[in-house]
Ligand binder design. Structure first.
Ligand code: NAD
Ligand code: 0WE
Length: 259
């Protein structure tokens, strides 16, 4: 029997077959979960509909997390199909492109800072709060995606690193707030992966090559490996794990310098 048999998961953040959210969705489906998906905008609708169909799901709803109305409408919509929810996966981040290159203080702006924090951290709070009523009394689990730039200064990651630090603190405060309702809240801190959000980042190719040399496992992580850990963290096997940041990065975070 699968780890997630009988559970219902809402997946936020599929944009392509390289998305980390797609790796998570595949693993969760394999483990028996029923899935629903949101898509950011009309441009992504058809693509997400066909990804959903591939995993036997007919539930796809629009949700741009910049809008409170769209977040509420998305959960109203899910509520039409499902009377309860077990799992929320938040796999989205955004900062204006020009924030992600050059020296931090030379690129950061008030607007870029606010946008990065709103879309990449606050949206988890907002989605979590909206999901909460449907998760009542069911061993719910929420999961988000972070990056080592939250806890170490990394070249070019800049304000996104500051927003990920906020997201990781958010995980702890949400865990404290939702724990009494039986809802667990965790993050996976993934190693670098070539996804849409990572493509076009200057120096990504060199960085992937560097991790391949430096990480204890001497390679990069895949979306399927992130998916497997996500399925575990959202399963009842992880029933005592909450407020935790789990690295899925081939061990990169454990080293201080390349050997
Ligand atoms: P991706 O481009 O496949 O996914 C990013 C998603 O964010 C897209 O689906 C996009 O539609 C969504 N999004 C952005 N703004 C939105 C908004 N306003 N409303 C709704 N959705 C919005 O890239 P990915 O790499 O799979 O990113 C997913 C998560 O993983 C992000 O939080 C990212 O920071 C994190 N992460 C990525 C890596 C990496 O190297 N790719 C490493 C660690 C963590
Ligand atoms: O979290 C991320 C990327 C998030 C992201 C990506 C983009 C690209 C397109 C947020 N906002 C935008 N805005 C855009 O306009 N990662 C962990 C992947 C990533 O991003 C980097 C990295 C890595 C790794 C940026 C600089 C250096 C390394």
């Amino acid at each position: 029997m699968g780890l997630l048999e009988g559970k219902r998961a809402l997946i936020v953040g599929v944009a392509s077959n390289r998305s980390i959210a797609w790796g998570i969705a595949k693993a969760m489906r394999r483990e028996g979960a029923d899935l629903a998906f949101t898509y950011q905008n009309e441009k992504l609708r058809e693509r997400v509909e066909s990804f959903a169909a591939e995993l036997d799901s007919g539930i796809t709803v629009p949700c741009d997390v910049a809008s409170d109305e769209q977040i509420q409408a998305a959960f109203d919509h899910i509520d039409d199909y499902w009377d309860s929810l077990d799992i929320l996966v938040h796999s989205i981040a955004f900062a204006p492109r020009e924030q992600l290159e050059g020296s931090y203080l030379e690129s950061v702006t008030r607007e870029g800072f606010l946008m990065a924090h709103e879309i990449s951290s606050y949206s988890f709070t907002a989605l979590g709060d909206a999901a909460r009523p449907m998760m009542k009394g069911r061993n719910g689990a929420m999961l988000t995606l972070s990056y080592i730039g939250a806890v170490r200064a990394m070249p070019n990651y800049n304000v996104m690193g500051v927003a990920k630090a906020s997201l990781e603190a958010n995980v702890r405060y949400m865990a404290a707030s939702l724990g009494p309702e039986g809802i667990r809240v965790n993050a996976i801190s993934a190693g670098p992966i070539r996804t849409l959000a990572a493509s076009g980042i200057s120096g990504l190719r060199d960085f992937l090559a560097y991790v391949e040399k430096a990480a204890p496992l001497r390679r990069n992580v895949t979306i399927d490996e992130v998916g497997n850990v996500a399925a575990f963290l959202c399963s009842d096997y992880a029933s005592a794990v909450t407020g935790e940041i789990t690295y899925v990065d081939c061990g990169y975070n454990a080293i201080g310098a390349a050997f």
